[in-house]
Design a binder for this molecule. Structure first.
Ligand SMILES: [Zn+2]
Length: 488
């Protein structure tokens, strides 16, 4: 080897050694970063409320923990252990504050008291004293005076709903536009209304009896129940300015899709559920203990915009309606696997909704009026609901009758009412009809009933004075509505 070559060789060796050292340092740094990240993720991501508070659905805790927590997938393992608070003082207080903002003072107090440093922390103890103080100013709201308001699917594009076709009159009567809905909710929020669950109003006991619940609120706050019927995005509404379906977006939020004129799909808050979710993020005090509204579902054209009913799978002659046939013709590839995909997607949306504080009710499978259908028909219909809807959105003990019908008059249900006996046996404890009065609540030994007020074009146009406790019709009325609203 010549000297020149040797020097070159030595330089190369030196360079290799240097490179090796640099590589070692880089590897070490990467290792340190990874270890730090793991420690950090563990600290941040391990749910600060491990397990499930027995008194609250798991969803409530997930809401409090935020989506980054639930993304880790460790939330709410259902073991029923009491919450353990871990984090900095500021973090602990921020979480407890949010519970207290949603009127769950006991939850906020228990949460902070479970923190390891509680006894040594003046700040945590001061926060608890503050919650105790606010709590002592709360009183139980009279359950019989709780109002219940309901809507149908919101009109997103007025020009398409009110376009003069044969469906315009119906939309004008029973639907509400997005801008009206937003105005109504804003007004109710400003007046101190707070969304509660039907299950806050009553307690279903293991022996089947139903007893009064308790809703405690500070002065100036008024509980109300919110429901929405027929969130199916029925075929007949296609092209009429309504959302297409509900989806779970990449952030884990429930949103609507909407088909634009050019066929492109927009994603946004085009109906009640995502709009309320966004509103409560900004105004937590609109929700009692994280509870939101209740969605009343039929089953015959699927749920939440998904074609989940068995008929889309079996395509059974005689059961496929004209609209369904049109859908199947437009989707010749809608096979068993496609149907299963619809079911899976809808289940995912329903799970996300429940995790966000929403509940589901039966609106009967076929949108039937029970007494007009007869008991045999009700039995068949209920089986279909349980087999095609409960399998997607989960079980419920609430039935919200279609057409505002009921299975009896205003007198209490009795066991000789075959409809009541049957539905109670099938697990229904809470029954809702439609009633224009401000509040109508009835407690029986083994059920609760409540009337609901329709906040739609018909009511706003003909009886604005009946809504003045909630909002001023003239300030929310959408001028896109043709008038007069057709009479029923
Ligand atoms: Zn309905």
């Amino acid at each position: 080897m010549e000297e020149r070559d040797l020097k070159l060789h030595q330089r190369r060796q030196q360079r290799r050694r240097n490179e090796l050292i640099v590589k070692c340092i880089i590897s070490l740094l990467v290792l340190i970063v990874v270890v730090l990240a793991v420690i950090l993720i563990k600290d941040v991501a391990v749910p600060q409320l491990t397990g499930k508070n027995k008194r609250e659905p798991r969803n409530y805790l997930e809401q409090l923990q935020g989506s980054s927590m639930s993304a880790v997938g460790q939330v709410g393992d259902g073991t029923g252990s009491s919450p353990a608070a871990v984090g900095t003082e500021a973090e602990l207080i921020a979480k407890a504050d949010r519970m207290a903002m949603q009127y769950d003072y006991d939850g906020a107090i228990a949460y902070l008291k479970s923190a390891e440093g509680y006894t040594a922390s003046q700040n945590l103890q001061n926060a608890v004293a503050g919650y105790e103080n606010t709590k002592s100013g709360c009183s139980a709201y009279p359950l019989d005076q709780i109002t219940h308001v309901f809507f149908h699917t919101m009109i997103k594009d007025n020009s398409k709903a009110f376009d003069g076709d044969s469906k315009e009159g119906g939309y004008n009567q029973v639907m509400t536009t997005m801008s009206e809905f937003e105005g109504i909710m804003q007004s109710m929020y400003e007046k101190g209304y707070v969304m509660v669950s039907l299950h806050d109003m009553c307690t279903v006991n293991s022996d089947g009896t139903v007893t009064r619940g308790e809703i405690r609120l500070p002065p100036g706050k008024t509980p109300f129940v919110l429901s929405q019927d027929d969130v199916s995005y029925y075929h007949y509404m296609d092209g009429d300015g309504f959302a297409q379906k509900l989806i779970v977006d990449e952030n884990g939020d429930v949103k609507n899709t909407y088909i634009e004129d050019d066929g492109s799909i927009s994603v946004g808050d085009y109906d009640m559920v995502p709009w309320i979710d966004t509103f409560v993020k900004e105004h937590p005090d609109f929700s009692y203990h994280g509870h939101k509204g209740i969605i009343a579902l039929t089953g015959y054209e699927g749920v939440l915009g998904y074609r989940t009913d068995e008929v889309y799978r079996t395509k059974e002659a005689g059961r496929v309606t004209e609209y369904q046939q049109k859908f199947l013709n437009e989707h010749p590839d809608f096979d068993e696997a496609a149907w299963q995909k619809e079911v899976t997607e809808a289940q995912k949306v329903a799970e996300a909704m429940k995790a966000n504080g929403w509940e589901f009710a039966s609106h009967t499978w076929g949108h039937i009026s029970p007494q007009a259908t007869g008991i045999d028909g009700v039995m068949k219909d209920t089986d279909r609901w349980l087999n095609n809807v409960a399998t997607v959105v989960g079980d419920t003990d609430v039935i919200i009758f279609a057409f505002g019908a009921d299975i009896g008059g205003w007198q209490p249900y009795t066991s000789d009412n075959p409809y009541f006996s049957y539905l109670k046996e099938k697990g229904f404890n809470i029954y809702c009809n439609v009633d224009s009065s401000k509040n109508w609540v009835q407690f029986g030994d083994n059920y609760m009933r409540q009337g609901r007020r329709n906040l739609d074009g018909y009511r706003m146009y003909y009886n604005p004075e009946m809504l003045s406790d909630l909002f001023d019709v003239s300030s929310v009325w959408d001028n896109a509505r043709p008038t007069p609203v057709p009479e029923m």
